[in-house]
Design a protein around this ligand. Structure first.
Ligand SMILES: Nc1ncnc2c1ncn2[C@@H]1O[C@H](COP(=O)(O)OP(=O)(O)OP(=O)(O)O)[C@@H](O)[C@H]1O
Length: 352
């Protein structure tokens, strides 16, 4: 569906001595297969939107090649556009017309008959919970409704590949969760391939089969969320032993599984790969060594741990740097990433 090799986008800013080159995208290779939902994750300014704009033919690559839905973005842009849906980060600019009329006009731009565009538009309004809003002006809709209307516009011509640029930025948590369901439905109900950019870790985690991480214009990782987390970070196991004299044994036992073990009071902590497999044996070992636990906590690594391991910076720090160095007229700062550690707690004894 998407195959890119060595994609580059270099912008020139300023004049004379102030002239600078911005390497927004710096040699991106990308393969997305039919039916995949791929999350393109990276901090502000990493190059997500620029990559997307090249793949959707809105920006000609400085170098490199890409085919999208079987067509070359440089030589067959019209065919590419006909085959894809695109929901930009800023959203569509709507005229003063009713939402339904906007959608029908948009469908007709793609060569649909009015009748087909109305039928498809009404079906999408229903599916994206916009029923009753056909005759509402978009400016009088809520943020979540407007984003869903953007998605209707992107889907009106039934594309098999949909690009969504930061679909939930600026929405409140409930509207985000609601939109996530609809995005997940694009694949399950419509069989569409989805390529979405986000700087929300939880969004990438919740929606994507595969996560591609971009930093400073280069791809730094591409895998399932679980594999990325397993490769670089390991699950954090936190044992709380019931008495001080058990600390040394617990440290040895956990140390046989984890490369680094830290002790703090009666807490013994270390990262082990695939804790689900390692912890049952560890518990048996501890029990037969006579070590009683007050609690055990297993925290899966977050995608922020992954980003930190790969780049030496946390996504939040990377966002702060990008915001501080954004050129005038560059991308405005957005809300920060929200890490969401998945924590499972199993209490094996007295409450902590
Ligand atoms: N037209 C332009 N002229 C000059 N620099 C640009 C232009 N568009 C983007 N850039 C710069 O290119 C880099 C990548 O920007 P891009 O918008 O692709 O990042 P992003 O990962 O999508 O960020 P965000 O999450 O904020 O949307 C940034 O440093 C940005 O300031």
């Amino acid at each position: 569906m998407i195959h890119a090799r060595g994609l580059v986008q270099t912008f020139h800013t300023g004049r004379g001595k102030e002239r600078k080159e911005v390497h927004a995208v710096d040699g991106v290779d990308l393969d997305v297969e039919e039916g995949e939902v791929v999350g393109f994750l990276g901090p502000n300014g990493a190059g997500k939107t620029t990559t997307l704009r090249m793949l959707t033919t809105l920006l000609r690559p400085t170098a490199g090649t890409a085919t999208v839905a079987g067509y070359d973005v440089a030589t067959q842009p019209v065919q590419v556009r006909r085959s894809i849906g695109y929901c930009s980060q800023v959203g569509s600019t709507f005229s003063g017309a009713y939402a339904g009329d906007e959608v029908v006009d948009h469908g007709m731009l793609y060569g649909m008959s009015r009748k087909d565009a109305v039928a498809k538009g009404q079906e999408l309004f229903d599916r994206l919970q916009l029923d009753g809003l056909w005759r509402r002006m978009p400016k009088n809709m809520s943020g979540g409704q407007k984003r869903r209307l953007d998605i209707v516009m992107g889907l009106i011509h039934s594309p098999s590949l949909v690009f969504l640029d930061e679909p939930t930025t600026g929405l409140d948590p409930q509207a985000r969760a609601n939109l996530w369901e609809h995005i997940a439905g694009l694949r399950t109900e419509q069989g569409a391939t989805v390529f979405l950019t986000t700087h929300y870790l939880d969004e990438a985690d919740a929606l994507a089969d595969r996560i591609v991480i971009i930093d400073r214009g280069r791809i730094v990782a591409s895998d399932t969320s679980d594999n990325l987390k397993a490769q670089v970070a390991g699950d954090l196991v936190d044992l709380e032993v019931s008495a001080d004299e058990h600390v040394a044994v617990a440290r040895d036992k956990l140390g046989s599984l984890a490369p680094d073990v830290a002790v703090e009071g009666r807490h013994v902590r270390g990262r082990v790969s695939r804790a689900g497999r390692a912890v049952p044996g560890l518990l048996r070992d501890l029990e037969s060594a006579g070590v009683a636990l007050d609690s055990i906590e297993v925290a899966r690594p977050t995608l922020d741990d992954v980003f930190l391991t790969l780049t030496g910076r946390s996504l939040r720090d990377a966002e702060a740097t990008a915001e501080a160095t954004d050129p005038p007229g560059g991308v405005p700062p957005e809300a920060g990433a929200t890490p969401s550690p998945t924590t499972t707690t199993t209490s094996t004894g007295a409450a902590r």
